[in-house]
Design a protein around this ligand. Structure first.
Ligand code: GLN
Length: 454
């Protein structure tokens, strides 16, 4: 009830929830009470969570913040949310996001932008919470849920976490099932939690993870108790510092924070080592070929016939075209056009095949560094703090918006785990985050190192 009241009070200004489910929340909470009374409490019993609108929730609003899924309520529950309910968590509602998870500011949502609960000192300007999981990050930061599910295709868990002073982890590809989650770029998409602390993120992730025969890319590995790893410390770990992430024009305060983060890890017994990931500079351009290519294929299913919005025309082709024209927003259309272009017969080898080769090189860079004894890599999470809603420079040039992902996309391209942890503030009093990148399926080390930084 306290969370529902907080949502009612704050959501009109923040726009973090696109659907609130009070009846469901109360029913689930009552069932939790009953299990607690019987001594059968699950690990997340009674914990109220917000769910990103990308996760299929049975009988509940699931629109990926798009007009094309107008009125869609799936007849199934995603595996990740099923796992959370199995462990006793309670659903408060569905959270705003960039349309189909395409964006870095939550401004591409059909439901309008989400507001970051943080403000720069002395300013009245509303800031973005980052994207695409902007609703998840804003709701967690403003206490409108105890934790939230999110997804990360190129940074969409870590960048919003960094912009809102919360913790977000993108697990190793294959750790969390993608079944029942609306697909953006299937070879990059991964679900994960956004939470207030490293420990909360670890508790949620333990529940969200696990093998699922319904997702062929889900990995059949035992799920560790991630929360047990949180206090492990970093003594003896080797932390890599990639020189290619020291970008020209990076704000001095981010560079300083990065150094500070390294000094904290060193003080707790970690060894700091300079490393090189030479193909880093190609990651962003390659990502913006691979992700739109997969998106254009995944989004072909929204044709006005099977789901949501239908605009009838003079024949079936007209119906497809009019439904897609009315149903998709500008950024989604841009991605579909880029994707179909790079996959077209004449350009496939020049763009798509090359981007896949680059992807292999990026993955190899990381493999070599880890094989040489590095346990985790520390980088900034984002090249800036949160910016204003409607930022003119980013509006005028989509590539400026894409630069938000410069430190995060390599992790998705390589399928690795990455965590963003709040580490300090800029001169305006806005949160800044650092990112730790880990070996495949070694999220435990990330939780332990992030705990030292938070
Ligand atoms: N900002 C990136 C994009 O727009 C990443 C989005 C995401 O991770 N879902 O593609």
């Amino acid at each position: 009830d306290a969370y529902l009241a907080a949502i009612e009070a704050a959501n009109p200004a923040l726009n973090a929830y696109v659907a609130v489910t009070p009846d469901k929340a109360r029913d689930m909470a009552e069932a939790s009470d009953a299990r607690i009374a019987k001594g059968e409490a699950g690990p997340l019993e009674g914990i109220p969570l917000g769910i990103k609108d990308l996760f299929g929730t049975k009988g509940v609003h699931t629109q990926a913040a798009s007009h094309i899924l107008d009125g869609f309520k799936p007849g199934y529950e995603s595996s990740v949310t099923s796992n959370l309910w199995r462990d006793g968590a309670v659903m408060l509602g569905k959270l705003n996001m960039d349309e189909f998870a395409m964006g870095s500011s939550n401004e591409t949502s059909y439901y309008g932008p989400v507001v970051n609960p943080w403000r720069a000192k002395g300013s009245d300007t509303d800031l973005v919470p980052g994207g695409s999981s902007g609703g998840s990050a804003s709701a967690v930061a403003a206490w409108l849920c105890a934790g939230a599910t999110a997804t990360d295709t190129g940074g969409s868990i870590r960048q919003p976490a960094a912009f809102t002073g919360t913790v977000g982890i993108k697990p190793t590809y294959g750790r969390c099932s993608r079944w029942g989650v609306v697909a953006f770029a299937s070879s990059l998409d991964q679900a994960g939690p956004i939470a207030r602390t490293v420990e909360d993120a670890a508790l949620m992730m333990t529940s969200m993870s696990g093998f699922d025969p319904k997702d062929s890319t889900s990995v059949d590995l035992a799920v560790p108790d991630f929360a047990a790893a949180v206090e492990r410390g970093v003594k003896g770990l080797v932390i890599g510092v990639p020189r290619e992430y020291r970008m020209d024009g990076m704000p001095q305060e981010i560079e300083a924070l990065w150094q500070e983060g390294l000094s904290w890890l060193k003080a707790e017994g970690a060894e700091i080592r300079d490393i090189s990931l030479p193909h880093t500079k190609y990651a962003l351009p390659a990502y913006y070929i691979v992700a739109p290519a997969e998106a254009s294929s995944n989004l072909a299913r929204y044709d006005g016939v099977k789901y949501g919005l239908r605009v009838t025309g003079k024949d079936i082709t007209d119906l497809y075209e009019m439904s897609r024209a009315a149903g998709f927003g500008r950024e989604v259309k841009r991605r579909v056009m880029i994707g179909t272009y790079v996959l077209s017969a004449g350009y496939y080898d020049a763009y798509y095949v090359r981007a896949q080769k680059v992807r292999t090189l990026i993955k190899r860079d990381f493999e070599q560094v880890f094989a040489a004894g590095v346990d985790a890599i520390l980088t900034p999470a984002t090249p800036s703090a949160a910016f204003g809603i409607g930022d003119a420079a980013m509006k005028a040039d989509p590539v400026k918006m894409y630069l938000n992902d410069i430190f995060t996309v390599t992790v998705n391209m390589a399928g690795l785990p990455g965590i963003a942890v709040p580490a300090g503030m800029d001169g305006q009093g806005l949160p800044l985050g650092l990112q730790l990148i880990g070996k495949p399926f070694d999220e435990e080390t990330l939780f332990a190192a992030a705990r030292v930084i938070e």
